[in-house]
Design a protein around this ligand. Structure first.
Ligand code: ADP
Length: 354
């Protein structure tokens, strides 16, 4: 007992008076055997804990249950605190009479401090994230107004001065209108992005039904290129309906948009239900993505293909990533140039909000 390092091991009488003391106890609590034996173990507790009757309650619990465990801040001889994990075992004689207690205390201060630091960092990060989202929301919301003024006045000039404007001015105003329209899309994308995660009613979503509906919405672009979307037996999942629809819509719209010339898109959606999550794969036979860009495409406003060939703002996949990560899932892509891409994502069956 003397030699076990890092553990304070002592015997108490039935009132909590200290009877034995080991080196581990001396190291953790700072008292020498001569100055502590005979004192009550409540000396290790703060004044507030003593007033609340914590030491007596721990003794009573061990007496009735046999053994009890307790974790809290305790006081060393020099007044500093340590985080102790205490195990207290009642000792009884052959007639079951309480003789005293064996007490083992482990000093977990470092572990506790590390945990407090991590908790603080997580808290700070969550706060920063919220602030950023708030910032994106306010910035994009407030940017809409001056933009609207610009487009309104450009329209006004174009209609009121149509006869007096020369050809060059008309072209310049067209450029302004195009840029303003694009900026409107970007701002809307940013606003929508900052709103992801605010839908807070989880619902059962039948993915077959969701895809049937989506096919109807996308009917024009599906018909225009002869796309085929294959799925069967998809699960009913738990998620946020608007965001899930957005997720599938973005992935399918991309699979249609980034198709090979003269090759009708074939989009296959597969799913598996695992114990902890639902797994989905959306595969296309499109142009594919160079492997070195497969991380980049999930970032906001990042695109690989130029806008003159494939229109877009580089927002769709950033939305998908945020939707999935808000649910605690993951989204990845595997792709080969000229062969097609497969997007994989998981949705935990027990969501973070449970
Ligand atoms: P956008 O479609 O507006 O460009 P996204 O965020 O949806 O924005 O996609 C980012 C980029 O990822 C696209 O510009 C494109 O280069 C690439 N990409 C996305 N989906 C596919 C796909 N199915 N096939 C090939 N490239 C894709």
């Amino acid at each position: 007992m003397e030699e076990i390092d890092g553990l304070a091991i002592l015997l108490l009488d039935k009132n909590g008076k200290i009877e034995t003391w080991n080196k581990g106890a001396e190291k953790i609590k700072g008292y020498k055997a001569g100055e502590i034996i005979g004192q009550n173990f409540s000396i290790f507790y703060s004044e507030a804990d003593r007033q609340k009757g914590v030491p007596a309650a721990i003794l009573a619990e061990a007496a009735s249950a046999g053994t009890t465990y307790h974790e809290s801040w305790r006081i060393r001889k020099d007044g500093t605190e340590f985080w102790g994990l205490l195990t207290l075992m009642a000792l009884r004689d052959e007639n079951n009479e309480l003789m005293g207690y064996a007490k083992v205390t482990r000093d977990l201060t470092e572990k506790m401090l590390a945990e407090i630091t991590i908790r603080q960092q997580v808290h700070d990060l969550e706060l920063k994230n919220k602030e950023l989202e708030q910032f994106a929301y306010i910035a994009s919301h407030d940017l809409q107004e001056p933009l609207l003024t610009i487009t309104n006045f450009v329209e006004l000039i174009q209609s009121e001065y149509s006869t007096t404007l020369d050809e060059n001015s008309k072209v310049y105003f067209d450029f302004i209108t195009q840029a303003a329209t694009r900026m409107k899309c970007l701002i809307k994308g940013l606003l929508d992005f900052s709103r992801i995660g605010s839908e807070n009613v989880l619902a059962a979503i039948d993915c077959n039904q969701l895809l049937d509906d989506l096919q109807q919405d996308l009917a024009a672009s599906i018909a225009a290129c002869g796309a085929r979307i294959e799925y069967d037996n998809l699960p009913v999942i738990e998620g946020y309906p608007i965001e899930m629809r957005q997720l599938f819509q973005n992935l399918i719209a991309n699979a249609i948009k980034f198709r090979e010339k003269n090759k009708p898109p074939l989009i296959t959606i597969l799913s598996a239900t695992e114990e902890a999550f639902w797994w989905f794969a959306i595969a296309d036979n499109g142009i594919g993505i160079d492997e070195k860009f497969t991380d980049k495409i999930f970032r906001l406003f990042k695109r690989v293909h130029t806008r003159d060939i494939y229109e877009g703002n580089g927002i769709g996949l950033a939305h998908c990533k945020k939707i999935i990560e808000t649910l605690g899932g993951k989204i990845t892509v595997e792709s080969e140039l000229g062969r097609g891409s497969t997007f994989y994502f998981t949705i935990p069956r027990k969501t973070k909000n449970d």
